[in-house]
Design a protein around this ligand. Structure first.
Ligand code: SP5
Ligand code: ZN
Length: 371
């Protein structure tokens, strides 16, 4: 299998994020992608390719150009405004209630980007957990190019290909970044495939969190079906979207399927949700599926609360490939660093129809040690 990877992600070098106002060690760190790269290299069955530059146009096909401009200048502007911080995160966000009672004709006029960089960050951001640093923009552009190069491989005839995207993407909406995400890699990829093939495209999101950004981008679209299995937002991020009654509107009516799950979800319960998701995808005509692949569903993940094990990732990959569609597989979350490489290897080998043999040495043992 071809794997698309770029070291550009290393410049998005994060040490801290904030959790309910308090700085804590960051979860979405460079080591994640390096763990996966190392494990796939050691496997021997994966061929690495560098991304090619695809420019800004495929990004503005799904994102507001203002978001792109903000992310491009945010770091230099933080410095220009003389704010001595190691990362940029907002403290004030435009809560919808701030605008309560204002009329439809007034509201668009009230949507104004301030000049102070903290305010600008709040204007475009969802939360404090996506710290922006000097190399963030170049890394985020790199992740989009990884996704689009993965699309190119599949359009060029590969049955499946894997884009090792970092930073991840599925929380980023048309005009918003957040949740460790800056550009929505999977949405950019799906849109590029719709435009290249004229076919309908489905997106299967198996990250632990609901992909609110992907849902928002395709909410009214009849040509892209979004199916997500995730933690119920009543108890987990992103809290305000991800419930089962969110099904799309207009031409997109019925094209959005959310499958929220309980804390402690087992392999068996998760596989039942996978089968339900795949049934919905099989009903969509078209030959390509984009997979938003997260491993924060793993039992030991520090921010997840499901109970999945490595062998079930092999089975999920196998069932997804059994649909018979070509697969553009893009990395999203997953924060238990010692297991990430083995979990990715298991999933991708399952999708390729290869058996999964845990590494005899150098692998991760669920007892908690890296041997
Ligand atoms: C792409 C992706 O997986 N984004 C996830 C963003 C989650 N952001 C909020 C994380 C909150 C972590 N809370 C830790 C609680 C530990 N008890
Ligand atoms: Zn996640």
């Amino acid at each position: 299998m071809q794997v698309v990877y770029t070291p550009a992600h290393l410049g998005h070098d994060i040490a801290l994020e904030t959790y309910m106002g308090v700085p804590v060690p960051a979860n979405e760190v460079a080591e994640r992608a390096e763990r996966i790269r190392t494990a796939l290299e050691a496997d021997g069955g994966f061929a690495f390719a560098a991304p090619t530059e695809h420019g800004e146009e495929p990004i503005t096909a799904v994102h507001d150009a203002g978001l792109v401009r903000f992310l491009e200048i945010a770091w230099s502007e933080l410095r220009a405004q003389g704010i001595p911080r190691s990362f940029l995160a907002a403290d004030t966000y435009p809560n919808v209630a701030m605008f309560e009672g204002m009329g439809e004709e007034t509201l668009p006029r009230m949507r104004r980007e301030p000049s102070q960089i903290g305010g600008r960050s709040g204007f475009w951001g969802l939360d404090t957990a996506a710290p922006l640093v000097a190399g963030t923009y170049v890394a985020a552009r790199g992740a989009v190019d990884v996704a689009l190069t993965t699309v190119d491989l599949v359009l060029g005839g590969e049955r499946l290909a894997y884009g090792l995207c970092r930073p991840p993407g599925h929380h980023a909406a048309r005009s918003m970044y957040g949740g460790y995400c800056f550009f929505n890699n999977a949405a950019v990829a799906a849109e590029a495939m719709v435009r290249a093939t004229g076919e309908r495209v489905a997106i299967l999101d198996v990250d632990f969190h609901h992909g609110n950004g992907t849902q928002q981008i395709f909410w009214r679209r009849g040509d892209v079906r979004y199916v997500s299995i995730h933690a119920h937002p009543d108890r987990q991020y992103p809290f305000f979207l991800g419930r089962a009654d969110e099904t799309g509107e207009g031409p997109g009516s019925g094209e959005n399927l959310n499958i929220p799950l309980d804390a402690g979800t087992s392999n068996e319960a998760y596989l039942r949700a996978v089968d339900q998701a795949l049934e919905s995808i099989a009903a969509v005509p078209g030959s390509v599926l984009v997979v938003s692949l997260g491993f924060d569903t793993y039992g030991l993940d520090p921010i997840g609360d499901f109970a999945l094990t490595t062998d079930v990732y092999h089975e999920i990959g196998r069932r997804v490939a059994d649909l018979g569609r070509r697969l553009v597989i893009l990395q999203e979350g997953g924060y238990h660093r010692p297991s990430l490489g083995e979990n990715a290897r298991a999933w991708l080998r399952g999708a390729e129809g290869r058996s999964f043999d845990p590494l005899p040495a150098g692998g991760f043992t669920p007892g908690g040690s890296v041997v």
